[in-house]
Design a protein around this ligand. Structure first.
Ligand code: 6CS
Length: 283
């Protein structure tokens, strides 16, 4: 009778372990299953071409959403639905459940890596400043703006360029929060700011469309790092992030990743030459 008791005990332990493992797995997969059932993933974007763009008819494009759309399709989530957000509101919105993922060129930096769960790198870029033709104040770096007591610089609220300008010593009242590219362009053209800073590809896109001979691009901004973004998921959605990374790696491996992002001007090699771990631990 004793032997029977021991066997029953062992079987019970094994059964408990199997149940626990399957429960954990099903809990992990629940977010992906939820998105599959929903039929779409809610993505946060900024409408800053070529990273993200919303056409007059509402069509969402840009390198970041195009990569996300392809990956989610492979995961069984048929489409993405985009909401436009300021960069500084993306992480709070993700944490509040307003979005399922941020696919907007939200650059990986240690403080952001602590707040969200990033995929592996997708889009890499240096920083630029848009100035008047001839660069009258001779800006080459954010420190140059800081040193000129009369100079003002525009940048996205909660964005990387705002942080870089403040860190370089530009006083708060000389760093002007600009909601979007068109506003920054107009403010510079009207002389309301002396420089407008965005990543290089975003500034180049603005200049190409502005068709204004009185503009000049300072790129790269001396002393500013090259950043890369990743898709940013809410903490707790690590399993969804891992599934996303598996498909991202396949896209990179097959050459399809390059086919999606390089027409926008991004380098697949740049994203493939670095990693989330490196970018999240950068000083
Ligand atoms: O990640 C950021 O904060 C920056 N990323 C892009 C693509 N544009 C401006 C923004 O500040």
């Amino acid at each position: 009778m004793k032997k029977l008791g021991i066997l029953a005990g062992v079987a019970g332990v094994a059964l408990t372990a199997i149940l626990a493992a399957s429960t954990a797995r099903s809990a992990d997969d629940s977010k992906l299953e939820e998105l599959k059932a929903q039929g779409f993933a809610r993505v946060a974007i900024a409408n800053e071409p070529p990273y993200t763009a919303v056409a007059a008819d509402g069509k969402v494009s840009g390198a970041a959403p195009d990569v996300a759309r392809e990956i989610f399709k492979r995961l069984g989530v048929n489409d993405i639905v985009a909401s436009i957000s300021e960069y500084g509101a993306m992480i709070p919105g993700l944490q509040a459940g307003r979005f399922d993922v941020v696919t907007a060129g939200l650059f990986m930096k240690p403080e952001r890596c602590a707040a969200v769960v990033y995929s592996e790198p997708v889009l890499c870029d240096a920083e630029a400043m848009l100035v008047k033709k001839g660069n009258p104040k001779g800006f080459k770096s954010y420190e140059d703006v800081a040193k000129d007591a009369t100079a003002t610089i525009g940048a996205p609220g909660g964005g990387t360029e705002e942080k870089l300008a403040l860190t370089a010593g530009v006083p708060r009242d000389r760093v002007i929060v600009v909601p979007d590219g068109q506003s920054g362009l107009k403010m510079l053209q009207d002389g309301r700011i002396d420089a407008y800073s965005l990543p290089v590809l975003s500034i180049n896109d603005l200049v190409k469309k502005a068709n204004d001979p009185n503009l000049e691009v300072v790129a790269p901004v001396v002393g500013a790092p090259v950043y890369c973004d990743g898709a940013a998921f809410k903490k707790g959605d690590e399993a969804l992030r891992d599934a996303y990374d598996v498909e991202l790696a396949k896209l990179k491996q097959s050459g399809e990743f390059a086919k999606i992002i390089e027409p926008y001007g991004f380098s697949a090699a740049a994203a493939m030459s670095t990693s989330r771990d490196k970018l999240c631990s950068a000083k």
